[in-house]
Design a protein around this ligand. Structure first.
Ligand SMILES: CC(C)(COP(=O)(O)OP(=O)(O)OC[C@H]1O[C@@H](n2cnc3c(N)ncnc32)[C@H](O)[C@@H]1OP(=O)(O)O)[C@@H](O)C(=O)NCCC(=O)NCCS
Length: 176
């Protein structure tokens, strides 16, 4: 059988598989429940940016981007989105599926008019897609993190020009 990988927006029928992939990839259900909670928060959930990868019609990966705020010291608020969580079924990891989810997500986000993306993650992985340490723009996490693990990308030229401050995540992220 030809292995056909498709990367597309999730539908209602994918919800159960998305829960299971997050559960198994993270080895706990915190992220799986986080995805379910974020879907219900219509202020931050962007349906087109909950994306699945399917291989021969089986869901094997998922990525989510939700709205966040970057709040400056002068209390100016800027809208951005955060990439989190992302999961690929363990037996399909390290074959580029995560990379395809990221690439598709960044393209869709740009098409939707978002100017930047924030991610907390592996400092050697996300730079492959153009992410750089967010400290470059003086953008900080709301908690202690290794400085190079907290990253951002401009989706358009100067997408983060004059943006700085602390990222405020939706409350659903608390405790995950
Ligand atoms: C992170 C993850 C989604 C990557 O998916 P993938 O399909 O294996 O990704 P790719 O095949 O595109 O790339 C594999 C790369 O992932 C890197 N990677 C990214 N995040 C990683 C992490 N948190 N832990 C370990 N490796 C990670 C590996 O270093 C590997 O790099 P290499 O190709 O240089 O060896 C997958 O490993 C996974 O589901 N992990 C468990 C859940 C998780 O940690 N999610 C990320 C935090 S939200």
């Amino acid at each position: 059988m030809i292995n056909q990988l498709i990367v597309r927006t999730e539908t209602f029928d994918d919800f159960e598989a998305v829960f299971n992939i997050n559960h198994i990839a993270f080895g706990q259900d915190g992220e799986a429940k986080l995805v379910e909670a974020l879907r219900k928060n219509l202020a931050v959930f962007i349906p087109k940016l909950s994306i699945v990868a399917t291989l021969n019609d089986e869901v094997v990966g998922h990525i989510l981007f939700t709205k966040i705020t970057i709040k400056s010291d002068t209390r100016t608020s800027y809208e951005s989105i955060a990439l989190a969580p992302m999961a690929v079924k363990p037996e399909f990891q390290k074959s580029g599926i995560g990379g395809q989810l990221i690439t598709k997500g960044l393209e869709e986000a740009r098409d939707l008019g978002f100017q930047s993306v924030i991610v907390l993650g592996h400092e050697h992985y996300y730079p492959k897609f153009g992410f750089e340490p967010a400290v470059r723009w003086n953008i900080k996490a709301p908690f202690e993190v290794p400085v190079n693990a907290f990253m951002a990308i401009e989706l358009v030229a100067d997408g983060l020009k004059d943006v700085s401050g602390t990222v405020i995540y939706p409350k659903e992220f608390d405790g995950v």
